[in-house]
Design a protein around this ligand. Structure first.
Ligand SMILES: *Cc1c(COP(=O)(O)O)cnc(C)c1O
Length: 824
């Protein structure tokens, strides 16, 4: 982030056509739409955006308490100057439009070149690579992360400032009509089209409509860079812009501005030769996959077009680095949690990473290892003063600053801080014992090579890991939310270690995303969550009398399923002197598991009506066959019984009681029965009963090849000599066995695993900690990654193979398999 101009509230009001209330002279510098990410509150202008399930107006009180003073709102009831005497409000009809208008207006102050990038894939990579390739020649403003949406674009453009001389923004759309708006805000002078693919196809009539919409971005451009090899792209751009814009293109198979002559892949590198203006040009690229090569050639053409000389180009491409699109959360030494984010460093992304840190394990002590930040647009003094303030707000306990710049400003930091001139100096001095039970954010500019620090602090786990993609989980959460009425409450099931994916990390994420309840199976699981700082209500589905005192102490709410449990719990409440405790009544409408049946209801009511020890927070039941059409009549009867029985209960109480019967499959298949609450389980973890394509895979079980050996055909492999070979075989040994949850029924070819995109069979019996696989028809090497299940080989397929359900596979991955969390 760089210095943006400051605006008074009054001037923002006049730009956005809003009306000012309260303090009109407040000066704002930063725009914010997320009540959770606050950098310097007194400089923030908060836009209360309103979405289907989100209303920013609800957070004004909280924000005001945190020091935010300036608000753009669309609800006039919020502009209460008695309650907020120091605030300045701008009342507008639509807060998103106001945000976009403000950015559009801000953009008009600058006349330096603006690159606008769009396409289905590669936008962020091309943007970040152009930044890497050009930042020694220009002072660049660019979109943070993948900020390319209706909200992300205005926030990006806001960063334009008079010290910059080039801007690079990306624009992404998911439905017709959206690009006009983005194009007006960015007003690019230089267009880049990366790639046309399948992403977001569902909202468009066809490929042509989607493409036509995307290229609207370029209407203000003088030149457009693209690849002619996709005919549709080539034709559309030529017919729309061929007359009045300079089209600059590259191709592998036709004569155009930049012709690829040869591509030679050696290991991880690619040597590319091209012809440009009749001259042969070469680069040596530190990547070898097709997408990276394509994106690199697009960037190369931009550099040639900007007249960067060949030597400089060669040098800069050699140094090109992968874009880490995600933060990694890993287990560190001494019970620490590491958050790795060392591929870019600026004030904006530091704020995002600090928020993630706060979202994880609030109560642990927080350490930040931070390198110098370059090209902030601030002086070192201003920059580190702002960072120091930020660290105070985010309650960072300890700072380790690495680099000359940050060291020179050491006096500005009030927290426990130490400084080192370079990564080498820090590592030479490193005492691993100084890190204990804390959460450590490792955040640095790429040339500091903080991966070395992460390596030093990482817990050296066994090579088998379960990777959990937190973004995918949020995506799935949002998908299920989109099927619900905005007012419907959401319980998320995190029983059995969140279906195998982890406990506190997942619960923290869900709390952050404001689900209403978590549900666990037994009290101990709830205690673990409370100890990790989870404060939202937690329901215990199988409460046991011996744990009732603990449950009351930790505010865990029981499912009450019969008279005995009800009386026992009442005793516990009396014993603890507690009144008015929430309980959840379970009705058995056909599952024939726990729950009151119809003729128990009168007894139940007699126990609870006019008993002030507890109150009924909710009444619920569970469907036995929500995922299968063959049971739909039965399901309808269950829903019907539930409606009647719960009506009977509710009629006896004057206070509101929530009702819920739907699990994940129920939410997808019977949304009309959502009452006012639902219970999401397997869907969050990526399995759908009806719309698998709407969900993203969350968990991937991965291991690596420990050893490879050539075994001739007269030999056998493994215990019981079950691995009989037909031919000479290349055997790979992988460090995963049945003790990790790799089911022994997959032995002897019943199971397959994926190596470099290819499925290969298990050979012989699976052992406790190891297994053998057939690598004969692959070029796999020791150390290569092996996928047991994940994106390319789904847990559902594996479940079919084992004649079981994904639930069982996910929940039987043993706790010794390390969980690694990713977040973009
Ligand atoms: C596990 C569970 C759920 C969630 O079921 P999914 O099929 O995973 O969505 C809902 N309700 C109850 C009572 C459960 O035990």
């Amino acid at each position: 982030m760089t210095v943006a101009q400051s605006y008074t509230i009054e001037s923002v009001a006049s730009i956005t056509g809003g009306v000012c209330y309260g303090k009109e002279n407040l000066i704002v510098k930063t725009l914010s739409i997320d009540s959770r990410s606050l950098q310097l509150p007194e400089e923030i202008l908060f836009f209360a955006l309103v979405g289907a399930r989100h209303d920013g107006h609800l957070y004004i009180k909280d924000l005001y308490q945190k020091g935010v003073r300036a608000f753009v709102v669309s609800n006039s009831e919020c502009t209460d100057l008695k309650q907020y005497p120091e605030a300045g409000f701008i009342l507008v009809p639509d807060t998103l439009c106001a945000l976009q208008n403000l950015a559009e207006n801000h953009r008009k102050n600058f006349s330096f070149p603006v690159m606008g990038i769009t396409g289905s894939n590669g936008k962020t990579i091309v943007k970040e690579w152009l930044y890497q390739l050009l930042n020694e020649s220009y002072s660049i403003v660019r979109s943070p992360k993948s900020y390319n949406s209706q909200v992300g674009v205005p926030l990006s453009v806001w960063n334009m400032n008079s010290e910059a001389n080039l801007a690079i923004f990306e624009a992404g759309i998911s439905q017709p009509g959206e690009m006009d708006q983005l194009s007006k805000i960015i007003q690019p002078t230089y267009g880049i089209f990366t790639h046309l693919g399948d992403a977001h196809r569902e909202n468009f009539k066809d490929e042509v409509q989607k493409l036509e919409e995307k290229i609207k971005l370029f209407s203000s451009c003088d030149s457009i860079v693209y690849c002619t090899d996709n005919k549709l792209v080539d034709e559309s751009l030529k017919s729309r812009y061929g007359q009045n814009k300079e089209l600059i293109s590259w191709s592998r198979n036709q004569a155009t501005n930049l012709m690829v002559v040869s591509e030679e892949i050696k290991g991880n590198r690619t040597f590319i030769k091209t012809k440009y203006k009749k001259e042969t040009k070469e680069i040596n690229l530190p990547f070898s996959d097709k997408a990276s090569i394509d994106n690199a050639i697009t960037c190369w053409l931009c550099l040639l077009n900007l007249n960067v000389d060949d030597e400089t180009i060669k040098e800069r491409f050699l140094k090109l680095e992968p874009i880490a699109m995600r933060l990694e959360i890993k287990e560190g030494i001494g019970d620490c949690t590491l958050i790795n984010d060392y591929y870019n460093s600026d004030l904006g992304s530091l704020g995002i990473a600090l928020d993630l840190m706060n979202q994880q394990q609030k109560d642990k002590s927080k350490t930040l290892i931070l390198s110098d930040i370059f090209q902030s647009g601030y002086t070192n003094h201003q920059l580190y003063k702002a960072i120091s303030k930020l660290l105070e707000q985010k309650k960072i306990n300890r700072l380790i600053g690495i680099g000359e710049g940050i060291s020179s400003q050491s006096k500005l930091f009030t927290c426990n801080a130490s400084f080192y001139r370079s990564t080498d100096v820090f590592l030479a001095d490193l005492n691993r014992n100084q890190f204990k039970d804390e959460i450590i954010l490792i955040k640095g500019a790429r040339n500091f090579h903080f991966e070395r620090i992460s390596n030093a602090l990482q817990y050296k786990a066994h090579q088998t890991v379960l990777e959990v993609n937190l973004n995918a989980m949020v995506h799935n959460l949002n998908y299920f939310r989109s099927l619900l009425k905005p007012s419907t409450k959401l319980v998320v099931m995190v029983k059995a270690f969140s279906y195998g994916s982890g406990s506190t990390e997942i619960a923290n994420l869900l709390q952050y995303h404001r689900v209403d309840y978590l549900a666990v199976a037994i009290a101990d699981e709830g205690v673990e969550l409370r100890n990790a700082g989870i404060t939202i209500p937690i329901i215990v589905m199988n409460p046991e009398p011996h744990s009732f005192d603990t449950m009351i102490e930790y505010r865990l709410e029981p499912e009450i399923y019969n008279q005995t449990i009800c009386l026992e719990f009442e005793k516990a409440l009396k014993r603890n002197g507690v009144r008015n405790y929430p309980i959840h009544i379970k009705l058995d409408t056909g599952m024939n598991r726990l729950g009151f049946v119809h003729h128990d209801i009168d007894t139940l009511l007699s126990l609870i009506v006019s008993n002030d020890h507890f109150f009924i927070s909710s009444v619920f039941s569970h469907l036995a066959g929500a995922d299968e059409q063959q049971h739909d009549d039965f399901t309808a009867r269950q829903i019907n019984s539930f409606t009647q029985w719960s009506d009977q209960i509710l009629s006896q109480f004057s206070y509101p009681i929530d009702r819920h019967i739907l699990n994940s499959a129920g939410i997808e298949r019977f949304p009309q029965a959502q009452f006012n609450m639902v219970r999401l389980g397997i869907g969050l973890y990526g399995i759908s009963a009806t719309h698998q394509e709407k969900l993203m895979n969350v968990s991937s079980l991965k291991t690596t090849i420990s050893q490879i050996k050539e075994v001739s055909k007269e030999n056998t492999v493994g215990y019981g000599r079950k691995g009989q070979l037909q031919t000479d075989t290349r055997i790979g040994v992988i460090p995963i066995g049945y003790a990790d949850g790799f089911n022994r029924k997959l032995s002897n070819g019943h199971g397959k695993v994926m190596v470099n995109g290819q499925l290969v069979p298990v050979v012989g019996n699976i052992c406790m900690d190891m297994s053998m696989i057939d690598l004969t028809n692959t070029d796999a090497k020791e150390g290569d990654s092996v996928l047991i299940f994940g994106d390319d080989y789904s847990v559902s397929k594996l479940a079919e193979q084992l004649e079981t359900i994904p639930y069982e596979i996910l929940t039987t991955i043993s706790r010794r398999v390390k969980r690694i969390y990713f977040q973009e």
